[in-house]
Design a binder for this molecule. Structure first.
Ligand code: 3H9
Length: 692
């Protein structure tokens, strides 16, 4: 065996050279890996006894892409293009041997190899789009030459990982090797192509599939139209499409030039920086400084849920989905029946859509037990309370649970607002109490705020994070404070939105600005969707807010055909003259002199106080790091990924600008805009939010 460098070795198996890369964790294409490929291939080419070369990786995966940490830094070592040219233009066949994932630059390496062999469990993909990028090493030009432009469009704009069997069908992989025997399989394949004297198959020279699509711009027009909603606001999908178009319409080398130009534009832009930030933030969020990875966890084999309402039912589904038995407790039979019925219906709807079989529905429902007796939760390992938001009721529930549930179990509350330290005073084992704040619909939304109370034990925290992962959530560990991280920040925006419509904007102005910023919908459209009467009571309503007035008029949102907007029978929203008049009258009654409010002011007043609140949260230690706040807002509230979350967005705007605006607003509008101490400090020290 010859050592090429620290990450690459070359070995001979008869007339086949095997170049092995070993650069944990994912064999990303760092400088040493590029050097290993370049020099290893060269050495094998120079060895007259070698007839073909197998490129294979150690560890959990084939090359998973470019080294994302290198973007924006000065490159070192040979360029990826030199390494790729060494493979593709070399005189000897190179076979990529794929296990785990061949992603991004990894698949691009495999595409310059002359043949590809994979184990059945392997996956291939070009996920650059998820980092705000496009495949910048020839992937957009080579992939359509094998799989055709339609499939290539799907792959580059979705970033999906395609299983090896499907890759074989598409021609992306030439042969499957037996699972666990990749090296043997790839070497045997290489020997076969040598024996058969097969030609060097260069993907760049294949033209039939792209030529067939030439002169058919409708392929691209239709694709854009069909995906317009999904791609809204993102640059990368469109740039990827343009590259595939170039592959179809231009000679290979010209197409590469288009790819390079568009790649450079994306990689130096803010969107990709934001999306790369999110990639690392999603991994960071699991790391808890004072709860190390080896903290003991509590085995959770049985889950209890109190409350079969929308929240309780949705929460239950998460556990049933992964095969964990759930007992759900209600106080009345009809409420229980209704709750269980909704769960069944949700599953049946998924089965009808083809997501799984009817047997699977029965399997999941078979794990679910309904009960009217809390004693049935005695042997649960985790109980989640999802009753309505009232401190006294919650405390009573916890005191009862304390007497019933076995020692060592986790007692969780799904409260979105109440003080969990106070809830924990209702039990003799406060160390077992934690907040698990699911977002509605709980079976769909990816975010889970894991709320650590003063006395919550580390094993309870570690177990909650582990469970979150198991049920497919992204969890952020946060501290107890009003609204925790997500809703506390939301309150800032809601307050400003309400003030803005009295001062001069209309609901549809505020909504438009925030929608254009990239949020799924603005605050007023959101209220209409959720129902304006959540938390409103006819008896207590005194017309004190615009919402009160609307509810009193039975304009309770989409469900009543009117709210802040008027709705037609298809639920299309239209600005409402009635609401406009209500707002004008209301402002007049309050003696407010309405003025013209610019879109910039709407945006700054809605978003900057959110960033400022995020800084307060960090200063109080209620979130571990600023990127955790970004994760909460991206996954719980639809903050646009391409802006990186509110805190990253604050960095792109610049903390100094945020501070200056907060001060300006404070001077004219008061202490709602009082800058956080941490914001002042960040500016004074020339730092960024992401440093915290
Ligand atoms: C590209 O290729 C551009 C080219 O077209 C252009 C060339 C000119 N770089 O996810 P995990 C780290 S763009 C650096 O927890 P898993 C990750 O941060 C790239 N680091 O494991 C983590 O570190 P830590 C296109 C990377 O088993 C550790 O590895 N490729 C990279 O759940 C483990 O990761 C992609 O977008 C990287 N490329 O999943 C693929 N990838 O332990 C991105 C991972 O310190 N990667 N790390 O937190 C993935 O999708 C998943 O990591 C993978 C493994 C599926 C591979």
């Amino acid at each position: 065996m010859t050592k090429i460098n620290d990450v690459a070795t070359l070995e001979k198996d008869g007339e086949i050279a095997v170049l092995t890369l070993n650069s944990p964790p994912v064999n990303a294409l760092s400088g040493p890996v590029r050097e290993g490929i370049n020099n290893g291939i060269k050495q094998a080419i120079d060895d007259a006894d070698v007839k073909a070369i197998v490129l294979i990786c150690e560890g959990r995966t084939f090359i998973a892409g470019a080294d994302i940490t290198e973007f924006g830094k000065a490159p070192s070592g040979p360029s990826l293009f030199d390494a790729l040219a060494m493979i593709e233009h070399g005189p000897k066949p190179v076979v990529a041997a794929i296990h785990g994932t061949a992603l991004g630059g990894g698949l691009e390496v495999a595409l310059t190899c002359h043949y590809r062999v994979a184990v059945p469990s392997a996956k291939c993909g070009l996920p650059e789009v998820n980092l705000g990028l496009l495949p910048g090493a020839g992937g957009t030009q080579r992939l359509p030459r094998i799989v055709g432009p339609e499939k290539a469009l799907e792959m580059v704009t979705s970033g999906q990982h395609v299983g090896a069997k499907k890759c074989l069908e598409m021609g992306l992989v030439d042969e499957l090797a037996e699972e666990g025997k990749l090296r043997e399989g790839a070497v045997a394949f290489a020997k076969k192509i040598v024996a058969e004297k097969r030609p060097l198959k260069k993907v760049r020279d294949l033209n039939d599939k792209v030529e067939a699509a030439r002169g058919k711009p409708e392929i691209f027009a239709e694709f854009r139209k069909a995906n317009a909603r999904k791609f809204r606001g993102f640059l990368a999908p469109e740039y990827n499409i343009q590259c595939i178009e170039a592959a179809v319409n231009l000679p290979f080398d010209e197409g590469i030039k288009v790819e390079q130009k568009l790649f450079r534009e994306l990689v130096t832009g803010t969107q990709s920086a934001a999306q790369r930030h999110v990639f690392f933030a999603e991994r960071q969020v699991w790391k808890l400084p004072d709860v190390p990875a080896d903290t003991p966890t509590i085995p959770v084999n049985k889950v209890g849920i109190i409350g079969a309402g929308t929240m309780g039912g949705g929460i239950a589904m998460n556990f049933l989905n992964v095969g964990l038995p759930v007992t759900i407790v209600e106080t009345k039979q009809d409420a229980l029946d209704r709750g269980l019925g909704v769960i069944r219906k949700n599953y049946e709807n998924s089965a009808k859509k083809g997501r799984f079989s009817m047997e699977e529905v029965e399997k999941r429902m078979g794990l679910l037990k309904g009960s009217l007796d809390m004693n049935d939760l005695a042997d649960s390992d985790l109980v989640i309370e999802a009753v309505f938001e009232n401190m006294d009721v919650k405390k009573q529930v916890f005191t009862k649970l304390d007497a019933i549930v076995k020692p060592g179990a986790i007692l969780a509350t799904n409260t979105s607002a109440l003080n969990i330290d106070e809830i924990a005073t209702a039990v003799k084992r406060p160390e077992a109490v934690i907040g698990l704040h699911f977002f509605s619909p709980a079976n769909v939304m990816r975010l889970l705020e894991v709320v650590r109370a003063d006395k919550t034990s580390k094993p309870v925290i570690a177990t909650s994070m582990q469970l979150a992962k198991k049920i497919g959530k992204i969890a952020a560990l946060v501290g107890v404070c009003p609204g925790f991280v997500g809703n506390r920040i939301l309150a800032q925006r809601q307050r400003e939105a309400q003030k803005l419509i009295l001062e001069g904007a209309m609901p549809w102005d505020v909504d438009r600005v925030l929608y254009d910023f990239g949020l799924p919908m603005g605050p007023f459209a959101m209220s209409d969707l959720a129902g304006l009467d959540i938390g409103w009571s006819k008896e207590k309503s005194q017309g004190a807010t615009i919402r009160d007035v609307l509810c009193e008029m039975d304009r309770r949102g989409q469900k009543t055909g009117a709210g802040f907007y008027d709705y037609d029978e298809n639920r299309n929203a239209k600005p409402s003259p009635v609401v406009e008049k209500i707002i004008l009258d209301f402002a007049q009654k309050k003696g407010i002199n309405r003025r013209k409010i610019s879109d910039d002011e709407i945006l700054e007043r809605c978003i900057y106080p959110m960033i400022n609140e995020g800084a307060k949260i960090l200063e109080e230690g209620k979130a571990i790091r600023s990127s955790d706040i970004d994760i909460v807002w991206i996954n719980g509230y639809g903050f646009p990924v391409y802006r990186g979350g509110p805190m990253f967005y604050g960095d792109t705007v610049g903390a100094a600008k945020v501070l200056a605006k907060m001060k300006e607003f404070q001077a004219t509008m008061g202490d709602d805009f009082k800058p956080a101490k941490l914001l002042e400090k960040i500016v004074a020290e020339g730092k960024k939010f992401s440093d915290f």
